[in-house]
Design a binder for this molecule. Structure first.
Ligand code: GTP
Ligand code: MG
Length: 501
C-alpha cells in the first residue's frame, strides 16, 4: 500500500496495490506547474526487500513528486529499511541523473529533514524559473531525434532542425537522439528517455520539444500530457517560419492555407488537441484568424482564401501573359534553401533583394531583367528555397508561386558546395522538381560559395556534375556562368531561328 502525503503530512490519498506494484491515478495539475514540485510525496511499502525500483523513480520524475519513499516490511508487517529519492533539478547540474537516492536508513531512526529538503528543491526550481524566464519571450527548445537508422544521419538531420529553429527565432538548448529498434507508437521514444528529457527541461528552462518526425495527434497528446511541455514536429516548425516570413498578401494566404490544412485532419481527436497544436509556436499565423475555430469554420475560411487567391492569381496570369507575349526568355533560380539564390539574383542583375544567412529568407518570388553581352534580355526569377521532405501542405499551398517555374526556359539550379550534404541537397531539389513536373526543363547546375572550399575540391565536383563553379558574392567569378547561360538560353529559345537563319 502507499500514501500520498501533502507538505504538512496530511494523507491526501491512500493507494492499495498488489504485492508488486501500485497504481497512481491521474493527479490534478496546477498552472505554471512545471516550475514547482507536486506538493505530494509518495510513501509506499515494498514487500520483497527490494530498494527503490525503476518504476518508483519514473513516478518521481513524471509526477514531479516531492520525493518517493519505499518502506521495506518484514514478515510480521513491521517497517524496517527506508529508501528515499528526490529530484535533482538544479540548473547546470553536472550529473545526468535526474534523481538522488539517499543512503538507506532504518525507519525507526530516519533522519531526513523533509521540510528542509523540499525547501531547497523549491528554491532551486524557482532559481531556474527566474533564470530562464527571459524577457524576450523566445522559446527554449530541445530537439529530439528518434531513429531506427544510423545515429550519424539522425544527428545530421538535427543539425538542419537547429537551423530551422534558429530561423524561427527559437533558442535550442540541447538535443536528444534515441536509436530504437522499433519506434514506440505511443511516445515515439522510451519512457526512460522521456524522463531524461523532462529533467533536462527542468534544468534548462525548456518549454518546447521539437520532434524531428511527423507526430500524429495522439502522440502529441500523449507527449504533452506526460511532459506538460509544448510539443511540435518538423512540419509545424517549417510552417511557423513561413508564417513569420510571409510579406505579400499572396504569401500570407498561402501560408494560412497550409496551416489550416495541417490542422484539419488533427481536429478529429476528441480532446483539446487543437489548443495544444495552436498553443504558441505554430499558431503565429499571418492572418487575422486565431485558429481556434472548428472544422466547419476552417473549411469556410479555406474557401474564402481560395477565392482571394484566385483573384490574385488572375492578376499574375495577366502579367505572365503579357510577359510571354513579349517573348522575353525566363531563367528561374531554384535550389536548396540558403544556397545563395537571392545573392546570385542580385549579382547577376545588380539588384538588392534581401539576403540572409538563414533558412527560408525568401518567400515571395522576385523577377529582374538581365541584359547579356550579346545584347538580348532575359528575366531572372528568384523564389522560395527547397528543403528535403518539404511538408506536403506547403508544397500544395505554394503551387501557385511555384507555377511560375513552368514559364522558365532554363532552370538555374544553385548548390551550396560548402555544405557537407550538398549531394543530398541536389537530390532533394530534383525530387521536388519532379513532383512539380519540372524535371524535364533544361537545367544548369551552379556550384556556389566556391570561396569556402579548396579550388581542387571545387573543380573535381564541378567536373563530375558538369556544373559551373561560382561565388555569388564575387562578381568576378560569374563570367563563365553568364556565357554558359547565354548559350543555353539561345539554344533553348532561339535555336530554331538560328538554324533557319
Ligand atoms: N561565402 C559565401 N557566402 C555566400 C555566397 N553566396 C551567398 N552567400 C551567403 O549565403 C547566405 C544565404 O544567401 P541567400 O542568397 O539569402 O540564399 P537563398 O538561397 O536565397 O536562401 P533562402 O532564400 O533562404 O532560401 C547569405 O548569408 C549570403 O551572404 C558565396 O558565394 N560565398
Ligand atoms: Mg533567398
Amino acid at each position: 500500500m502507499g500514501c500520498l502525503l501533502g507538505r504538512d503530512g496530511t494523507v491526501e490519498m491512500v493507494l492499495v496495490g498488489d504485492a508488486r506494484s501500485l497504481y497512481i491515478p491521474e493527479l490534478p495539475k496546477g498552472r505554471e506547474a512545471r516550475w514547482r514540485l507536486r506538493g505530494l510525496r509518495l510513501v509506499h511499502t515494498h514487500l520483497h526487500g527490494e530498494p527503490l525500483t525503476q518504476d518508483d523513480l519514473m513516478d518521481l520524475v513524471f509526477l514531479r513528486l516531492d520525493c518517493v519513499a519505499a518502506v521495506q516490511v518484514d514478515r510480521q508487517g513491521g517497517a524496517t529499511w527506508l529508501h528515499v529519492a528526490h529530484l535533482v533539478p538544479g540548473a547546470g547540474e553536472k550529473t545526468d541523473r535526474a534523481w538522488e537516492i539517499l543512503p538507506p536508513m532504518l525507519c525507526s531512526q530516519q533522519s531526513v529533514d523533509f521540510e528542509e529538503l523540499v525547501r531547497s528543491l523549491d528554491e532551486e526550481l524557482e532559481r531556474n524559473r527566474q533564470l530562464f524566464s527571459t524577457s524576450d519571450g523566445r522559446d527554449r527548445a530541445l530537439l529530439i531525434g528518434v531513429t531506427d537508422g544510423s545515429r550519424e544521419r539522425a544527428e545530421a538531420s538535427l543539425d538542419e532542425m537547429a537551423e530551422l529553429a534558429r530561423a524561427a527565432g527559437i533558442d535550442v538548448v540541447g538535443r536528444v537522439v534515441q536509436r530504437v529498434r522499433e519506434i514506440n507508437p505511443k511516445y515515439l521514444i522510451g519512457k526512460g528517455k522521456l524522463g531524461e528529457i523532462m529533467i533536462q527541461a527542468l534544468r534548462h528552462g525548456v518549454d518546447l520539444l521539437i520532434f524531428d518526425r511527423e507526430l500524429n495527434p495522439s502522440q502529441v497528446r500523449a507527449l504533452t500530457d506526460t511532459t506538460e511541455l509544448r510539443v511540435i514536429d518538423r512540419t509545424q516548425l517549417i510552417l511557423d517560419i513561413f508564417a513569420q516570413r510571409a510579406k505579400s498578401r499572396e504569401g500570407k494566404i498561402q501560408v494560412e492555407m497550409a496551416q489550416l490544412r495541417y490542422l484539419m485532419p488533427r481536429l478529429n481527436v476528441r480532446d483539446d488537441a487543437l489548443s495544444r497544436l495552436t498553443g504558441g509556436i505554430g499558431a503565429r499565423g499571418p492572418g487575422e484568424t486565431k485558429l481556434e475555430i472548428d472544422r466547419r469554420r476552417i473549411k469556410d475560411r479555406l474557401a474564402q482564401l481560395e477565392r482571394e487567391l484566385k483573384a490574385i492569381r488572375k492578376n499574375r496570369q495577366e502579367r505572365r501573359r503579357r510577359r510571354n507575349k513579349n517573348e522575353i526568355p525566363v531563367v528561374s533560380i531554384v535550389g536548396y534553401t540558403n544556397a545563395g539564390k537571392s545573392t546570385l539574383l542580385n549579382a547577376l542583375t545588380k539588384s538588392d533583394v534581401p539576403v540572409a544567412d538563414q533558412y527560408f529568407a525568401t518567400l515571395d518570388p522576385t523577377s529582374r531583367r538581365l541584359r547579356f553581352p550579346r545584347d538580348f534580355e532575359v528575366i531572372v526569377t528568384d523564389t522560395v528555397g527547397f528543403i528535403h521532405d518539404l511538408p506536403r501542405e506547403l508544397l500544395d499551398a505554394f503551387a501557385a508561386t511555384l507555377e511560375e517555374l513552368h514559364d522558365a526556359d532554363v532552370l538555374l539550379h544553385v548548390v551550396d558546395i560548402s555544405n557537407p550534404r550538398f549531394e543530398e541537397h541536389i537530390e532533394a531539389v530534383r525530387a521536388i522538381l519532379k513532383k512539380l513536373n519540372l524535371h524535364t526543363k533544361p537545367e544548369l547546375l551552379v556550384f556556389n560559395k566556391m570561396d569556402l572550399v579548396s579550388p581542387e575540391f571545387g573543380k573535381t565536383v564541378a567536373d563530375r556534375y558538369g556544373g559551373i563553379l561560382i561565388s555569388a558574392i564575387d562578381r568576378s567569378t560569374l563570367s563563365r556562368l553568364i556565357t554558359a547561360l547565354e548559350e543555353r538560353v539561345e539554344m533553348v529559345c532561339f535555336g530554331e531561328n538560328r538554324i533557319s537563319a
